[in-house]
Design a protein around this ligand. Structure first.
Ligand code: PGA
Length: 272
């Protein structure tokens, strides 16, 4: 995707470990028939591995991309239980989520494995969506920014120059995610996104402006618009709320409205 034609806002959802095949097919069918994101809005759904193929088949040719929730960094081999980038691409995924905090906390994902996976995904020509975010204790201690920027640096440094346009980041504070999570305020999200943007620009110069930075963690229809209005928040990465396709469609509509009201949009238009 050329820089000029890239979306300037995003709204995506990971289904995590939910949905049967029948539920996934029903959801994707509704999306195919009803998702009409406005110009400048990118949309994606990230099903479990076993559902990528049916969902991608249904959404082929639609404006909604399909992703995978993880991959192994090696292209193939004796890695029982793992799935390679080639396999998810073969199933129809064009994007891979890497380093979600649940994987970091529960499955031993580290900055190092995140970097290996990022390299593998980009080398295969897919988009890497790398998640970063601090646990509550780091925010209480006052070093949330340092913590998140270290995670972001690990991903950024794994990106070859010719693949920079295929990196996306999601800021998802651990304390905001899931049942009992407290969504970040727009100010909290905006401050962290600004810091991440600064890190990108320090590393890459102007090219650092082109990496979308999505916010995730207890996004709902009630807070989506104000989060999207925050400078430096380029989109939303949604869990529970968007597992209901009607809500996801409403989030797409709300995000579509937010495109064009932003300075970013003008900047990208000016370069097209
Ligand atoms: P949530 O999940 O929206 O259910 O809090 C967000 C995420 O983990 O990306």
């Amino acid at each position: 995707m050329s820089r000029a034609s890239r979306p300037v806002r995003w709204v995506g959802t990971s289904w995590k470990m939910t949905k049967s095949r029948a539920e996934a097919v029903a959801y994707a069918t509704v999306l195919r028939d009803r998702a009409r994101p406005g110009p400048g809005l990118g949309c994606f759904v990230v099903p479990s591995f076993t559902l990528i193929d049916p969902v991608a088949s249904l959404l082929h040719g639609s404006p909604v991309a399909v992703g995978a929730q993880d991959v192994h960094w090696e292209p193939s081999g004796a890695f029982t239980g793992e799935v390679s980038v080639g396999m998810v691409a073969d199933a129809g995924a064009t994007l891979v989520e890497i380093g979600h905090s649940e994987r970091r906390a529960l499955f031993g994902e580290t900055d190092e494995t995140v970097a290996w996976k990022t390299r593998a995904v980009l080398a295969a020509g897919l988009t890497a969506l790398v998640c970063v975010g601090e646990p509550a204790v780091r925010r209480e201690r006052g070093d949330a920014v340092e913590f998140v920027l270290r995670q972001a640096r690990a991903a950024i440094s794994a990106v070859p120059e010719d693949a920079r346009h295929r990196l996306m980041l999601a800021y998802e504070p651990v304390w905001a995610i899931g049942e009992g999570g407290q969504p970040a305020t727009p100010e909290q999200a905006g401050q962290m996104h600004r810091a991440i943007r600064g890190e990108l620009v320090d590393a890459w110069g102007d090219a650092g402006h082109g990496v979308p930075i999505l916010y995730g963690g207890s996004v709902t229809l009630g807070n989506a618009v104000e989060l999207l209005a925050e400078p430096f928040v380029d989109g939303l990465f949604v869990g529970r709320a968007a597992w209901d396709v009607d809500i996801y469609l409403q989030l797409i509509a709300a995000a579509s409205d937010s495109v064009g009201e932003t300075a970013d949009f003008c900047r990208l238009e000016a370069t097209s």
